[in-house]
Each structure stands twice: as structure tokens, then as C-alpha cells.
Design a protein around this ligand. Structure first.
Ligand SMILES: O=C(O)CCC(=O)C(=O)O
Ligand SMILES: [Fe+2]
Length: 193
């Protein structure tokens, strides 16, 4: 990637957020879920998703309340909340993404409908998480390898100023992404407005 290398402020990376046994049992649980297509700009992505807490419509950008996070997955949310310094209930939305080999997520910032903190957990294949902001001589880039079982937190500039993307994953990967909601009073992470 071209540009000046800079680590985004507000990015935290935690290797081994869960252990091997936890990853194995989680993979079994995720494997059994029904996943849904992601249709954006008339295109269907290769990755598939399942939302809990709130469903996100990729066309209208709207959130609607949906099925709660299964109790069997509460411990994962607890772990991710702990990493972010939040109360578990503050992580109101859980997104499970299934990336078949070669699938990607393109450059984006997470929707502003969501709150100031995004926490991710990786399972299965390792992949790269890329960051970019600015253009021309102000372009800044960063690349991080997400190992299986690792967690990351995006807050501050990493959440709101930088874009991120994942280039083709080498093997099957699952991620769990937990998000706060904008305007929600969320433990230590409250945001006015
Ligand atoms: O799979 C991941 O870890 C990142 C997913 C992501 O960026 C998103 O769903 O907004
Ligand atoms: Fe994202």
C-alpha cells in the first residue's frame, strides 16, 4: 500500500483474546448458524452475515431490532466488552461474518448509526486488516495481521476518520463484530447527541 505508514490512534490489538478450545467450540456454534447475503449497490458479496440485537440494512442504512444474541454467545461478548472497557450490554449489536477463501470486505468506515466503539474477534484463517486516510501527500496507511483468536478495538480516529478493509482471506475466516449504538448511554462510553 502506498502512503506514509502511521498507526491509527484508537486502534487496540489483542492476540489470543480467546484460547484454542474456546475458538473450536465457537467455530462449531457459528458453523451451525444461517448466514444471509450482503447486497450492496445491486451486488452480492461473497462474504455472508448474521446480525443479532440489531439488523443493519445495507441499502437503506437503517437499524431494526432483531433476535437477541444467543445466550451461548454471551461469554464472547463479555470478553470483547472487557477488552474495550465497556459493559457487555453496551455492545448492542453483534455481527457474525463468514468469509469463504478469497472473499473480502472493501474500504469503508462503519456506519455512523453505530456508536464510538467497534470490537472485533477473528476465528479461523488469519487475514490482514488495512487502514487508510487522506489523499495525495496526506495519505496515511497501516496494515495489521489479525491472527485467529485475536481481538481488536476501534475507537476515536481509528473508528471515525480512518477507513478499513480486508483483502482476500487465504482460508475460511469468521469474525464477530460488536458495536455500540450512537447516542446510547453505554457504560463509560457515553456519547451526547
Ligand atoms: O471481519 C472483520 O474483522 C471486520 C468486519 C468489518 O469491518 C465490518 O463488518 O464492518
Ligand atoms: Fe468495518
Amino acid at each position: 500500500m502506498r502512503g506514509v505508514h502511521e498507526r491509527p490512534a484508537g486502534l487496540t490489538y489483542q492476540p489470543e483474546l480467546i484460547d484454542d478450545d474456546e475458538e473450536r467450540s465457537l467455530l462449531t456454534a457459528l458453523d451451525a448458524l444461517d448466514f444471509h447475503d450482503v447486497r450492496m449497490h445491486g451486488q452480492i458479496a461473497r462474504r455472508t452475515v448474521r446480525h443479532f440485537g440489531f439488523d443493519y440494512d445495507y441499502g437503506s442504512f437503517q437499524l431494526t431490532e432483531t433476535e437477541a444474541l444467543p445466550v451461548a454467545l454471551h461469554w464472547v461478548r463479555d470478553r470483547c466488552a472487557n477488552l474495550a472497557g465497556l459493559a457487555p450490554e453496551a455492545l448492542a449489536q453483534a455481527l457474525v461474518t463468514r468469509y469463504p477463501p478469497g472473499s473480502v470486505i472493501g474500504w469503508h468506515r462503519d456506519a455512523p448509526t453505530f456508536g464510538p466503539t467497534v470490537v472485533g474477534l477473528s476465528l479461523g484463517s488469519a487475514c490482514l486488516l488495512r487502514f487508510q486516510r487522506g489523499s495525495g501527500k496526506d495519505r496515511r496507511v497501516y496494515e495489521l495481521e489479525l491472527a485467529p483468536r485475536s481481538g481488536y478495538v476501534l475507537t476515536g480516529a481509528a473508528r471515525s476518520s480512518w477507513q478499513h478493509s480486508i483483502p482476500p482471506v487465504p482460508q475460511l475466516r469468521y469474525s464477530l463484530t460488536f458495536r455500540t449504538l450512537r447516542g446510547a448511554r453505554a457504560g463509560s462510553d457515553s456519547l451526547a447527541g
